[in-house]
Design a protein around this ligand. Structure first.
Ligand code: DLL
Length: 435
């Protein structure tokens, strides 16, 4: 059911009562079936029957990415493989991949969570949707496919890449909705401009973007260049992929599918829960998944949770845009720096394109940040003097807002490799022992 008003607009007390019930069931389910959880719960001295209220979730031990790696590929699976109908995986940047198995019922749940996402974004069954997330082990392709099929849309499974073909299909099929990463949407918009295809004149009116951090400035840029509403999808392989959270027409925060996922925010150092409204590391517990439920999974994503009356009527808790990941945080001159902060400052500068990357280097004992950003064609053509002037302007803007000195290099248009999936924003050039 794409718009599940009964579930999505439940009074908060009722949602939490449901969460407690489902949390107990999940804890019981994994205690009986997964030795890793049985041992962890025993050591923590907690069992399903001890969970009486929503705050009791904090008594459960955390699960981290390494636990998934140590139990690769199916050690955390709570059902026999014969009951698993699909396995996705995420490679991450280092080490072994982590797996995401699904039962048939898990897949149905996924379809429902995604369909809610689409409905909230304005997608309707009569829409033609073009899915430019990568198909394969990545959860983006098949997850969006599943949801759009559940909803009854006309699905065009282009997968990512072959940008000119994406544009031809946008035109020829009269695509109404585009699914992709925000950075790939920008790549498509740019190529369309080069090909003199005005996306604003096409039936395309909605984009659903996620899988990587993107700022409000980037959203405005994509909306203006494509003539669409740019909506959000959030999720991660460990929790079953996209479908964990989504934004609605109010575009004022990401609603968490609270009847499927229990969200918490903790201080990433002390691991103590922080009050609603405060930033910290996002933690999720799945409440209904059966093949590989997750208990208090540490996402490493930094955001805050808050409850407010939403214009759309949904009562689900909201989270802010992901500010960054604890493992993407750089410390420059003693200041914590997230790539998203640099992105939003670059988007204030009219002489540059929203195409950038950050190089982290070692200068003596200090970390040094070099920001490479593409000049607009006419700025680049104006020569070195203009280049130095814009570089100085950006350096001053960053210094004035963040208090850090960075080196800014204005580079020629197209210098930075275009993204077809998750953009690579940070290149760490420090010797291994300093990372
Ligand atoms: O990226 C699932 C997904 C696919 C989400 C398509 C949305 C759309 P992973 O590859 O496991 O799964 O990466 C998960 O990506 O922990 C965040 O750091 C980041 N991420 C996902 N969605 C968003 C978002 C998919 N909307 C990791 N904003 C997460 C910011 C996001 N970061």
């Amino acid at each position: 059911m794409p718009w599940n008003k009964k579930s999505e607009c439940m009074p908060v007390a009722q949602i939490q009562a449901l969460q407690v019930e489902k949390l107990k069931e999940t804890v019981e389910w994994v205690t009986k079936r997964v030795p890793f959880y049985k041992k962890n719960f025993k050591e923590a001295g907690i069992k399903a029957a001890d969970i009486k209220g929503i705050e009791d979730v904090a008594k459960l031990p955390f699960t981290v990415k390494n636990d998934l790696r140590d139990n690769y590929p199916f050690g955390l699976c709570a059902v026999p493989l014969k009951d698993v109908v699909r396995v996705h995986a995420s490679s991450g940047t280092t080490g072994k991949p982590i797996t995401g198995p699904y039962t048939a019922d898990d897949l149905d749940q996924w379809g429902e969570c995604m369909a809610r996402n689409f409905h909230a974004a304005g997608v309707r069954p009569e829409h033609v949707v073009q899915n430019a997330y990568g198909y394969g082990l990545f959860t983006g392709g098949l997850g969006f496919h599943q949801g759009a099929t559940t909803m009854g849309c006309t699905v065009v499974p282009t997968s990512s890449g072959l940008t000119e073909r994406q544009i031809t299909i946008l035109k020829d099929f009269g695509t109404n909705v585009l699914f992709s990463t925000p950075s790939y949407a920008l790549t498509i918009a740019e190529r369309a401009e080069e090909l003199k295809v005005d996306l604003k004149k096409l039936p395309l009116s909605i984009g659903i973007f996620g899988a990587e951090p993107w700022t409000a400035g980037m959203r405005a840029e994509i909306e203006a260049r494509m003539g669409i509403k740019a909506m959000e999808a959030y999720g991660l392989t460990e929790l079953g992929g996209p479908g964990v959270g989504f934004d609605c027409e109010a575009q004022s925060g990401i609603h968490i599918n609270e009847d499927y996922y229990l969200a918490e925010v903790v201080d990433p150092i002390t691991l103590e829960p922080v009050p609603l409204g405060e930033k910290g590391e996002l933690i999720f517990t799945s409440l209904r998944r059966r093949a590989m439920p997750m208990i208090r999974y540490r996402t490493k994503d930094i955001t805050r949770l808050y409850r407010e009356k939403c214009a759309c009527g949904r009562t689900f808790v909201k989270m802010d845009k992901i500010f960054g990941r604890t493992d993407d945080m750089l410390i420059i001159s003693g200041v914590n720096v997230f790539p998203s902060q640099i992105e939003s400052l670059l988007l204030d500068i009219e002489e540059v394109e929203p195409q950038y990357r950050m190089l982290v280097r070692k200068k003596g004992y200090l970390d040094q940040l070099v920001v490479q950003v593409e000049a607009k064609q006419e700025v680049y053509a104006a020569g070195d003097r203009k280049k130095f002037e814009v570089e100085a302007k950006i350096m001053a803007h960053i210094k004035g807002n963040m208090g850090i000195s960075v080196e800014v290099n204005l580079v020629e248009p197209k210098f930075i490799a275009r993204s077809e999936g998750k953009a690579l924003r940070v290149v760490d050039e420090r010797p291994k022992q300093f990372r």
